[in-house]
Design a protein around this ligand. Sequence first.
Ligand code: TA6
Length: 284
Amino acid sequence: MISHKQFENGFKYIEILNKYAHAKIALQGAHIFACRFKDKPPLLWLSKKAFFEEGKAIRGGIPICFPWFGKHTEDTTLPQHGFARTQLWQCVEEKELADGSTFVRLKLSTNMFTLTQWKYKFKLYIEFVIGKTLNVSLHIHNIDTKPFEVSTALHTYFSVSDINKTSVRGLEGCQYYDALETQYNEQTIPLVIDKEVDRVYFSPNNVITLDDDRKKIVLSQSGSNSLVLWNPWKEKSKTMQDMTEDGYRTMLCLETANAREDMRVIAAGETHTLRAKIMQEDST
Ligand code: TA6
């Protein structure tokens, strides 16, 4: 089942229900903000105080960071993580697949507003396949006459039972940029998340595993050579309007990215694709 719905304030979203999963995708930002596999705990985390309002990014799910990740490097008046997550995308294709999963494709192209923030002509497509796994593919087309440089991310908020019982594998030995310490380090010890973390890992394993006491999430990525790890922890959460004070305890961001030194230059007429395939299993 694929339904086009809206909240009382007119905020539009697509609801998908099939034999494998239940999901919701906002047209603003082509932002999947809910995904739960049948008879499993939720895959994606959503803040209890998330905004569903025009122009405000939704706190949770998978925000799309484009055409820059993080703060703009030259103009701090521009929105963090770019404009893609607050622009209205167009649903251009939706279908039930033969295996019972659901395919949805949304599009965002250059418009008068985006040109005020970024002078290049682009076309973005994001494709979701919601079935036994959640597959997300972001296709970035350069339809301009000159190359452009992008940093981008599928800024995925995973739901965990308790951050204190959560571990991540696949980043061992990786170099990373610590945005809190503003320095580069190496992950030489098993990764423990017991405080605010905001890191860009380079050359991560193509398969990253997140374990909590109830589930194992397996994230396979392509088109990316960096992974962002973020949890705001208690003090940072208190400063965020759209986070409850204890929200940090049940979320962890593992973001499939082209961030910092992994930014990409896309030649005129070329396409770059960023992919995340997400599988959820019961914890062993
Ligand atoms: O994902 C890491 C990060 O860049 C953090 O620095 C933090 O700002 C987070 O993104 C959330 O950003 P947002 O603009 O959605 O509040």
